[in-house]
Design a protein around this ligand. Structure first.
Ligand SMILES: O=c1ccn([C@@H]2O[C@H](COP(=O)(O)OP(=O)(O)O[C@H]3O[C@H](CO)[C@@H](O)[C@H](O)[C@H]3O)[C@@H](O)[C@H]2O)c(=O)[nH]1
Ligand SMILES: [Mn+2]
Length: 733
């Protein structure tokens, strides 16, 4: 059937708010210009050093905010929404014609990434409604752990029961971990599978707890030989390559006689002396190994905690692959990260509504959605050079067009796979620079997508109602802030490199797309204005110095409009997207905390890194759920507990704003009309920050559980806050 007269595989719709967004942007832009004019005027007229520095600080803060606002507007200009019709695809395309799919799953630490969750993710992906013999799952184990290999050996056995069970009963939750946590009453078949699952889980946990794969857990010589690779001296940081084919779709069948997908365990060679480029390096090894073994034209990259939540996601993706109008330059398709286990009002603002779900719709309309590291289907070819020229790798088998001849277990294929997984293989090659996932940043995901876009590849954002993938988000503040700090470092590494979106990106793709990227890449610079606004107005208030306009001045309504406009738009977008008021409130609180804590720390780290004083690396976010912590999280409490320096800035902001606010309130009560008049905006700002900091006061003074604020942090923050009060009172005098 020609593509003109068949029912559509997908549609695009422009979102109705576009006109309103544009109008509001025009008005708001005028207000920003007026504000900057006021700052310039005040700066010129300022006569004392304190007033000059205050105005300069506010000018810098507002310039950064204005820049980030402009960047976001690029994404608000014409957002679109896409829909897929997999039922139409199924009518027009035969299953035999579906392309092969290589799935990459990365894991890095069996202790921080619990194995039951990791194997459940992989099982959920193996169980797609897709011809099983066309799926190959490659697991990268950067933890170099025999326990991870053992867990996958167990999973391979369990798969031959689990896959037919899902298929025959049309199960939607294909992660066994998720399915068995919700299904209780059942029939004998379910009970049997559940028992097998529990058994697999128990064996995996036993091995991990014992710290060795005991002889009674090993079934045959092939398995024994595999574990023999963990000889003395084998450590996660220093070990040879281990590649183990656990399922071979040409030979291994499930209990109903269907072929199983390929399942391959890969732990690349590591050496303390060669850089391994974290996740990007792991993905490049999988890219090479899979090119040699199966070379499927499509690739799905997945984090170990992001399981498939919808078995037809692969069909949705094919709706674009089979569209000849889109296909030639289609580099990748991104499904948003969505999360399971987030509490009712999302205490830590983990869903990142704008960055993950709303802004990509705008980017999709401009050129293409961002690559978020997980939930992404790539065309293999896109990772090998621009749409017109395929990069040369020097090995015929390492070419996206190569037709694989050797079976995956053949000695030739395995030998070559070991070679390309060795740690020196990439030296003096284009890997990580022009081929594969890109190096040089801890935000390898965004950077790789960005470079692909610069090369001329496009991408598509699919956000179906039922989440395609669900993953875990950290449930304690220190993990949240550490994760953000890493992102911040990674993003600044891109922003400060020769690939900055302001220069390189704008030249390659034009201003709007370059700006759209700035919204992500320069996200950490929000630390500058947020820190200024969190401290300066309160410190000035305490010293009776007015830095904002009086109520009677004509500038007062301008300030009110700028603040209410920005927060109001954000609030309305949250509401329109089905959030609760509390969710929005938490998100804006976390915006403040992240900016003054994680992102200011990222900025410092990045500066230190650029002069060679820091070797900040990729710390894997823990996916372990602690029972007590989880209880407090579900009650919406902020979890401090450990003495992290990242808690100091928010605690200082809490203390300084509280004192200044109380001082202001007392002055007003005493009839000091000047405070009511000229310091009103500072009072309001301090009041809002105090409201945001309620959980911090609670953690300092009212809690006795393990998640309370450590006394050490309270003392350090109080001391620093006191120093700031003292210092400013000298300056302002
Ligand atoms: O040296 C490493 C470090 C991490 N990982 C894997 O990378 C994934 C993401 O790590 P995680 O600790 O979960 O980081 P997050 O901050 O949650 O991840 C977000 O941010 C990363 C970039 O910082 C992206 O790669 C991810 O896709 C994105 O979900 C996990 O599967 C890890 O196992 C490796 O394979 N090797
Ligand atoms: Mn993660």
């Amino acid at each position: 059937m020609s593509s003109q007269n068949r029912p559509p595989f997908h549609t695009v719709e422009r979102l109705p708010q576009t006109g309103l967004n544009r109008f509001f942007a025009a008005v708001y832009a005028c207000a920003i210009v007026a504000l900057l004019y006021r700052h310039a005027q005040t700066l010129v007229n300022s006569t004392t050093l304190p007033s000059f520095s205050i105005t300069l600080s506010l000018l810098i803060a507002d310039l950064v905010l204005a820049f980030m606002w402009a960047a976001a507007q690029a994404l608000r200009m014409c957002p679109i929404r896409r829909k897929q019709y997999p039922e139409n695809l199924k009518k027009s395309v035969r299953e035999e014609d579906f392309p092969g799919l290589d799935v990459f799953v990365c894991t890095a630490d069996p202790y921080r990434e619990p194995l039951v969750g990791v194997v459940s993710t992989v099982l959920s992906l193996m169980a797609y409604d897709y011809p099983t013999e066309k799926i190959s799952v490659y697991v990268s184990d950067d933890g170099g752990s025999a326990f991870t290999l053992f867990a996958f050996m167990e999973a391979a056995k369990f798969a031959s029961y689990w896959l037919p069970f899902c298929r025959d009963n049309n199960i939607m939750d294909r992660s066994p971990h998720v399915y068995f946590s919700s299904v209780h009453s059942s029939n004998s078949e379910t009970d049997k599978i559940k028992e097998m699952y529990e058994n697999m889980k128990a064996r995996t946990e036993n091995v991990l707890n014992k710290g060795e794969v005991g002889e009674n857990y090993i079934n045959n010589d092939e398995e024994r030989e595999a574990f023999n690779k963990w000889e003395a001296g084998f450590t996660p940081q220093d070990h040879p390559t281990v590649i183990q084919v656990l399922l071979d779709s040409r030979h291994n069948k499930d209990i109903t006689g269907h072929f199983l997908p390929n399942l391959i365990y890969v732990s690349r060679q590591k050496s303390k002396t060669s850089p391994h480029h974290f996740k990007a390096g792991a993905l490049n090894v999988l890219l090479r190994v899979s090119t040699i073994m199966t070379n499927a034209p499509l690739i799905l990259t997945q984090d170990c905690d992001m399981y498939s939540n919808d078995p037809i996601t692969t069909l949705r993706m094919l709706c674009y692959v089979f569209d000849p109008a889109i296909e030639p330059t289609l580099g990748f398709m991104q499904f948003p990260q969505r999360f399971q286990g987030i509490n009712k009002d999302d205490t830590y603002g983990s869903e990142f509504k704008h960055l993950i779900r709303l802004h990509p719709r705008g980017a999709d309309a401009l050129w293409g959605a961002y690559y978020f590291g997980t939930g992404t289907f790539f065309r293999r070819r896109a990772l090998f050079g621009d749409p017109t020229t395929c990069a040369k790798t020097g090995i015929p088998e390492l070419n996206p067009d190569y037709a694989v001849k050797n079976p995956i277990k053949s000695l030739d294929a395995l030998a070559l796979a070991h070679t390309v997984a060795s740690c020196n293989y990439e030296n003096q090659t284009k890997w990580g620079h022009q081929i594969g996932f890109r190096y040089g940043t801890l935000a390898e995901d965004l950077f790789t997508g960005y470079r692909l876009h610069c090369e001329g590849w496009r991408s598509i954002f699919c956000d179906p109602e039922r989440a395609a993938f669900l993953g875990s988000a950290p449930i304690n503040l220190v993990d949240v802030l550490n994760q953000c700090e890493r992102w911040g470092v990674g993003l600044l590494e891109i922003g400060l490199s020769k690939y900055s979106p302001i220069t390189f990106g704008r030249r390659k793709m034009g201003l709007p797309i370059g700006l759209g990227y700035c919204c992500y890449i320069f996200w950490p610079v929000l630390s500058i204005p947020t820190t200024i606004y969190a401290f300066l107005p309160a410190l000035a208030l305490f010293n009776g110095v007015s830095i904002f306009p009086k109520i009677s001045e004509p500038w007062f309504p301008l300030y009110s409009f700028l603040v209410i406009g920005a927060y109001g738009q954000d609030f309305l977008e949250y509401m329109a997207h089905g959030s609760t008021v509390k969710t929005w409130w938490n998100a804006q609180r976390m915006w403040m905390i992240r900016n003054i804590s994680s992102f200011s720390s990222s900025t410092v780290e990045c500066l230190l890194k650029s002069i060679g004083l820091s070797t900040y690396g990729f710390t894997v976010t823990s996916k372990v759920v602690d029972g007590e912590q989880n209880k407090r999280y579900s009650r919406g409490m902020l979890e401090f507990g450990v003495s992290s320096p990242l808690f100091v800035p928010p605690t200082m902001a809490a203390i300084i704003n509280l004192f200044s606010f109380i001082w202001g309130a007392i002055s007003i009560y005493n009839g000091d009309t000047d405070v009511g008049e000229s310091l009103l905006l500072q009072m309001l700002l301090a009041g809002c920050i105090v409201m945001n900091c309620f959980p911090i006061y609670e953690a300092i003074a009212l809690r006795s559980d393990n998640g309370k604020m450590p006394t050490k942090i309270t003392m350090i923050a109080t001391f620093l806050a006191g120093t700031l009060f003292a210092a400013t009172s000298i300056i302002f005098k």
